[in-house]
Structure formats: C-alpha cells, structure tokens
Design a protein around this ligand. Structure first.
Ligand code: HEM
Length: 458
C-alpha cells in the first residue's frame, strides 16, 4: 500500500503562465454540445485526459475539472475560505433552497450550521435507529418470495418515511404528496440535457411550469405543517427535538416563511434521494455478486441472528460497512462537488481566476486507477484489506469534506446500513438488471431505467 502513496505526484511539471489542458478543439461549441447530449460521457472525457486539472467551457462558463485528491483537499479543506458554492448552483437552485444550509455562505451559513448541528450529534442519531429498522421491516413485509421489483421507488418511500419521522416529525404522507411532484420537476429542470437547465424559471417551458406549480403546492403544505406546530403548547414543543423544532426555535425574525421553506426543502432534497439511491445501487450490486451477498448474509447471521439489528450491532458488521463504502465509491449519489474561487487562486500550478467554475468529480476520482485496483469492479473486501489507511485523504469523498461536509453523513450511513441489514436478514436478491447502468446526472446520479431485482425469502 505504501507504493500507492508514493505514486501521488504532480502529473506534468507546470511553469507559471501555463494553461490547463482543455476539453475539445472549440470548447464553447464542443463542450456545450457534449454536455447537452451526454453529461456522463463529458465527465468521462475529462477523466481520459490523464491530467489533474482540465479546462472546459459550457454555455459560456469557464470551468475546470479538478481530479487529484490533493487538489480536492486544497479546495474543500485547506483553502476552503477562498471558495464558495458558486453562481451555477445559485442560478439553478437558489430560487428553491438559496436560504437553506446547502447554499448559504459566510456568517449566515455558520449560524445556521451551529443551530442545526445538535440534530446530528452521535447520540441523537443513535436514538433514530429503531425508527429506521421499523420502517425497513415494514418495507420488507410488503415484499413476497419470487417477486420482481423495481427497487428505487421502494427505497424512496422508505427514506422519505424515515426522514419525515426522525428529522421533521411531520405527517409524511401529506408532505410526500406535495414533495414528490416538486422533486420530479426539479430533477428535470436540473438535468443538463434539459433546455430548462439553461433558462430562467420565468420562461414558460413545460418543466418550468411544473416546477412553479409544484413549488406553490409544497409551500402551502409546509404552511399548514408550520401553523400546526406553532399552535402547540410549550409542553408539547419542549418534547420535540427534530430539525423542524430547531428551526422554529430560532424565531420568526431569523426563520421567516421563505427561509423555513428553503431549509426544509434542503433537508428533504439532500437527505431523501441520496440515501434511496445508495440503497438502490446496493441491491443492484449485491444481486449481481452472489459471493459478496453470501458473505454479507453470513456476517448478519453471525452477529444479528433472528433479531432486528441495532445501531450497536453496526460496530460488529465490518463487511456491511465495506459494502456501503464500495457502493458509494462506484455510484456516488453526489457525483460532483462544485466550487467557485472568490479570489485568484493557484491549483496544480495553474492560475485560476475568480468566478471560474470548479468541478470536483467523485464520479472520476473514485474510479481513478492510480488509487484503486480494478476501479470499475465491485469489491467490498478492498475496504477490509486496509485500503482506507493507504488512500490519499480525498481519493474518496462521497460526503464532501471540510467545513461544508455533509451534515447528514452519520445519519445517512446508519440509515443505509440498518436498512440493508434489516431487509437482507429476510431476503436475498437475484439479478434482473445488470450493470453498467444508464445514468443521468440530475440533482443526483440517477438511473434512467428501472433497477430491477428478484427477491427470495431466506
Ligand atoms: C448517501 C447519502 C448522502 C450523500 C452521498 C450526501 C452527500 C453530500 C455532499 C457531497 C455534500 C457536500 C456538498 C458540497 O460541499 O457542496 C452534502 C452536504 C449536505 N448534506 Fe448530504 N449527503 C447524503 C445524505 C444526507 C442526509 C441524510 C442529509 C440530512 C438529513 C443531508 C443533508 C445535507 C446538507 C444539509 C448539506 C449541506 C451542509 C452544509 O453546507 O453545511 N445529506 N451532502
């Protein structure tokens, strides 16, 4: 493994004034067309470049893929103060979640992050364990031996139920009715292949109209939820410790209607589909690898036996942990992190101007053969064989890093492992859909076709 560390060195010597290699002969045209036609293929072309900083120009925006772990660390951690989320994210998401934790900057972000952090402390999250396994057991109870399933919708309802109960404590049926159409419309609006991704919301495309309509419905539902909360007496309010209560406790001046809507939508968007996709990809990969699935079943049988898994069991389930790591490596639901420098910076020896769009793609770094043997293979055991200690820090960052790392990471990891363990105790999955998948880069890395497995009672 030391050999792996030694191989981390700048790819080419760079002299001052050099410009990074660029994608395409006429980037504005080649790159814009490439991104519109096949965003994933466009990313892959940057990966094929064998350079750590690769320039592009999509729709007039100058950008750089940053593909070396050391440079990712520089941007996310060491020099985090010189970067912000940037214009692209604000333009596409600001109208919906601009006042939420994901997009706020500076002092406002710090205040909100500090206020919300207690909902994600280790002990608090452990207390959610039972809700997570209850809902997972309910999902398993709806399945039957031999059934062929499109797993993603099942995982979406599961993670939404869990999020609704644990973080918001709301009637999630009603909220889901309002949320799903909005998420669907947003996925289309943010898909780089869709025309609406490049147009302001007021242009009346079909997608934009769907977004505006569903946003109004969602806001109306939230207004009802919040009004009901505000009517509660102090005793009932003191009993609650969910994210919604923390937000409401900040008072109406700090947390006005718009900001509250943006915060709640942030948590629903960030916490729901990401975890549902992780579980979907996990079932797909396990179904297609009977050996890995067998090893997981053996571990669960040994440690958990016939009872429900608990958060404490997770310390004794290293293979389950390795499965989750490997799923998030191969199919990171957050396929990239975007940043924009607020001042002139140097990266990999190249001068980068403020305002340039930086793309730090987990999709490429997690499959780079400099860090991973057989990078496209699903091999959970690589995480047991000591890989983690040997990897450069930011060769693996499914939850981002630095001050803006995912606040829900611990929650998501526990939820995914408890859901997998609960369901895998009862069912084995057999392959129907086989990788490689056809994937779209929407808000998250999403399959474009149903991901099907056949379930067998164990
Ligand atoms: C497998 C599941 C998940 C993945 C892969 C994931 C990934 C990420 C990543 C990469 C970031 C950093 C983005 C950036 O730096 O620009 C992030 C931020 C964030 N995530 Fe997650 N996430 C997951 C689950 C969750 C859950 C369950 C929640 C909430 C319950 C959540 C809430 C958030 C929030 C609020 C932020 C913004 C934090 C800030 O800027 O302070 N995420 N997530």
């Amino acid at each position: 493994m030391d050999a792996l560390r030694d191989s981390i060195e700048p790819s080419e010597p760079v002299t001052p004034g050099d410009r990074p290699p660029r994608l395409g002969r006429v980037p504005l045209v080649d790159n814009t067309v490439g991104m519109l036609r096949d965003p994933l293929g466009f990313y892959d072309r940057a990966g094929d470049h064998a350079a750590d900083v690769v320039g592009y120009n999509v729709a007039g925006t100058t950008g750089y893929f940053v593909c070396h772990p050391d440079l990712v660390e520089r941007v996310l951690v060491t020099d985090a103060a010189s970067y912000e989320k940037g214009a692209l994210l604000r333009r596409s998401l600001g109208r919906f979640i601009g006042e939420g934790l994901f997009l706020l900057e500076g002092e406002e972000w710090r205040e909100q992050r500090t206020a919300l952090q207690p909902a994600f402390f280790r002990e608090r999250i452990a207390a959610y364990g039972e809700t997570m396994t209850d809902f997972a057991a309910r999902t398993a109870a709806e399945w039957s031996d031999g059934q062929r399933l499109d797993v993603r919708p099942h995982m979406q309802s599961l993670t939404l139920d869990i999020l609704g109960k644990t973080l918001l404590d709301v009637d999630i049926e009603t909220t889901a009715d309002a949320l799903e159409p909005l998420l669907d419309a947003l996925r289309h609006r943010l898909d780089p292949r869709s025309l609406s991704a490049y147009l302001p919301l007021w242009v009346p495309t079909k997608t934009n109209r769907a977004v505006t309509r569903s946003l109004a419905d969602f806001q109306a539902t939230l207004d009802e939820v919040v009004a009901a909360r505000r009517r509660e007496d102090d005793a009932a309010r003191d009993q609650r410790d969910d994210v919604l209560s923390l937000l409401l406790s900040l008072g109406e001046e700090t947390m006005d209607r718009e900001r509250l809507g943006h915060q709640l939508l942030t948590f629903l968007v960030a916490g729901h589909d990401t975890t549902a996709l992780t579980l979907t990809y996990a079932w797909l990969l396990l179904a297609n690898d009977p050996d890995a699935q067998g090893r997981l079943h053996d571990e669960l049988d040994d440690v958990v036996g016939d009872r429900r898994p608990t958060p404490d069991d997770l310390f004794d389930l290293p293979y389950l942990d390795a499965v989750l790591n490997e799923v998030l490596r191969l199919y990171p639901p957050a396929f990239t992190v975007f940043r924009q420098p607020t001042e002139p910076v140097t990266l990999g020896g190249y001068d980068i101007s403020p305002g340039a769009q930086l793309t730090l793609p987990q999709w490429l770094v997690h499959r780079d053969e400099r860090w991973y043997d057989e990078p496209d293979a699903f091999r959970p055991e690589r995480w047991i064989d000591g890989l983690e200690a040997a990897l450069p820090d930011y060769a693996y960052y499914p939850f981002g890093g630095g001050p803006r790392h995912c606040i829900g990471m611990r929650f998501a990891r526990m939820e995914a492992k408890l859901a997998l363990a609960t369901i895998a105790r009862e069912y084995a999955v057999e392959a129907v859909t086989e990788p490689p998948l056809s994937l779209a880069m929407q808000i998250t890395l999403s399959p474009t076709e149903p991901v099907e497995v056949r379930v067998r009672e164990r």
